[in-house]
Design a binder for this molecule. Structure first.
Ligand SMILES: NC(=O)c1ccc[n+]([C@@H]2O[C@H](COP(=O)([O-])OP(=O)(O)OC[C@H]3O[C@@H](n4cnc5c(N)ncnc54)[C@H](O)[C@@H]3O)[C@@H](O)[C@H]2O)c1
Length: 299
């Protein structure tokens, strides 16, 4: 079984983990810090980020920790975070697009997109694009984007990205997590076509006990637990992200998930369902995202 003990030394590596103050992001950042990386905790709330940093530092890892304030629901915040990062760093080895929301009440981002589409997809798209040249300049760099098994029920409805037809939390989550996986694969296609070197990989953490279900009812949580045979701990949910971030066996354009032969927590390559491999939809989504964010990826 692959565990965090198998993470190779990360000394000298710069890593960003979004949403690192809780759940899977916290465990991902902690494991990379304990492996020696310089980890930036990219969090919306400065106070929560400081608390997470203090908790991690109690473990006395050989790495170092920084904080960057990042609100993925505001593209100006994404730009500011990236500009600050680029001013302060000359390499970026791993970007983990982990932060996300589950099924909150209906809302809109600062720029007027359906809130969960903005946080779960447009924000990470813009962040990755703004950091792309630094990633490309760092040999062996990786972008890990956290999707969910919910992608299989996703449909990209291009006519409802601003809630024109109304809001359905479950439907939006499936759409966003499909968008994350399509983004990962399309980024990989573009990297290959352009002869670039950034490695784009997706992870899906399985069902874990985190705050992602804060807006779900008790009945909904119970149904999820029954369907998945219980919830895993966040550190287990972090294993696919960590595997995608550091393992030499994790390869570009693929999706890693936590189950193999029923063993929980073990990261294994997942079969990607056809819905995520539709290149026409992926390219259209990419164009929509470039227009929505104003972030055009370098050729
Ligand atoms: N927990 C699960 O069972 C599960 C299953 C599938 C996928 N995921 C995915 O795993 C990732 C991590 O979720 P988690 O389960 O640890 O939940 P969590 O709620 O504990 O963590 C989510 C993190 O995202 C951050 N975040 C939310 N909105 C943000 C914003 N606007 N800007 C910046 N950060 C923001 C939160 O502050 C938090 O740190 C998410 O992408 C989620 O979709 C989780």
């Amino acid at each position: 079984m692959w565990t965090t003990a198998e993470i190779p030394g990360q000394e000298g590596k710069n890593v960003i983990v979004t949403g690192a103050n809780s759940g899977i992001g916290y465990e991902t950042a902690l494991a990379l810090y304990l492996a020696g990386a310089n980890v930036t905790l990219a969090c919306r709330d400065q106070g929560k980020a400081e608390q997470a940093k203090a908790n991690m530092e109690q473990r006395s890892g050989p790495g170092s920790l920084e904080i960057g304030v990042l609100d993925l629901a505001d593209l100006d915040s994404v730009r500011l975070f990236a500009e600050t990062y680029l001013q302060q760093h000359t390499q970026l080895d791993v970007l983990v697009n982990n932060a996300g929301v589950g099924t909150p009440p209906a809302g809109m981002t600062r720029q007027g997109w359906e809130y969960t589409f903005g946080v779960n997809f447009l924000g990470p798209f813009a962040l990755t694009g703004r950091l792309y040249l630094l990633l490309e300049a760092t040999p062996g760099s990786r972008v890990v984007t956290v999707s969910s098994f919910a992608y299989v029920r996703g449909v990209i409805d291009f006519d409802n990205l601003k809630s024109e037809k109304g809001y359905d939390a479950g439907r939006e989550y499936g759409q966003n997590k499909l968008a994350d996986l399509m983004f990962t694969i399309e980024l990989d296609r573009r990297v290959r076509a352009q002869g670039h070197q950034v490695v784009s990989i997706a992870a899906q953490p399985g069902a874990n006990s985190t705050e992602i279900t804060r807006h779900s009812t008790e009945e909904q949580v119970a149904a999820m637990k029954e369907r998945f045979g219980g919830f895993m701990e966040p550190w287990q949910g972090a294993l696919p992200s960590l595997y995608a971030a550091v393992s030499s066996e994790a390869t570009a354009g693929n999706l890693y998930e936590p189950h193999e032969n029923g063993v929980k927590g073990y990261p294994a390559k997942a079969d990607i369902q056809a819905v995520a491999l539709d290149e026409t939809v992926a390219k259209k989504l990419w164009n929509v995202a470039e227009e929505a964010t104003g972030v055009v990826y370098p050729e």
